[in-house]
Structure formats: C-alpha cells, structure tokens
Ligand binder design. Structure first.
Ligand code: FES
Length: 117
C-alpha cells in the first residue's frame, strides 16, 4: 500500500469533515485543530454516512443510530444510542466493531493517507 494525497491542509476548517470517493472507496477526511484523520466513511454499525454526522474534538457521531467513535484509533465510544433490552438485541445482531482508521502523513500543505488499494 502506498500513501495517496487526499486533500490540502486548507481544504478543511477545524471541526470540518468531508466524504471522498477514491478508487471506489468511501473515505472520510476530518480535521480537529491541526490534526487530520482519514477513516472509512461507512459506519461499522449499519453503514451510515459518517460525513453527515457530527464531530466534537476527535469523536464522531453517526447520523443514523448515533454510535460514537474516536477518530484517533477507531475505538467504539458508544454503540448506538439504544438502551436496555433494545441495546442488548442490537449488540447480539451486530456486535460492536471499531471504525477503520487509515495512517496519514502531512507534508507541506498536503495530507496523505495509506489507503487499501
Ligand atoms: S448506522 Fe451508524 S450507528 Fe447505526
């Protein structure tokens, strides 16, 4: 795998995120302060479009069932916003899975990511 340029550093403001389609992959690019993140754009729960969600610091919330993931490492912070029995059933049908995060590097004003193609 090689690093691919995904954006320029000034393409995103702090707290902004965008969806990109590169070689058929839906990729999310996000910025928090001076840090950039590249992840799968499809939510590991049921494929929600994460770029339509919200970003607070490095925590992204899916717009569909409001699962939360940390863009630093893909960690599941919350698996859906279901509670009680509904959450138990949701976890049985689809066990919590981290968000895929891609390695990035910033050189000059360009952001590169190591994408799976
Ligand atoms: S599709 Fe993202 S939380 Fe369900």
């Amino acid at each position: 795998m090689a690093f691919t340029e995904v954006c320029k550093t000034n393409d995103l403001d702090d707290g902004e995120m965008k969806k990109l389609v590169l070689e058929g992959f839906d990729i999310l690019i996000a910025r928090s302060g001076d840090d950039f993140f590249v992840a799968d754009n499809k939510c590991p729960h049921m494929g929600g479009n994460l770029s339509q969600g919200t970003l607070e610091g490095t925590i992204i919330t899916c717009p569909v069932h409001h699962s939360k993931f940390n863009l630093k490492n893909g960690e599941v912070i919350r698996w859906t916003d279901f509670t009680g029995f509904k959450l138990t059933i949701a976890k049985l049908f689809k066990s919590p899975k981290p968000l895929k995060i891609y390695e990035i590097k910033v050189e000059d004003d360009k952001v590169f990511a190591e994408l799976p193609y």
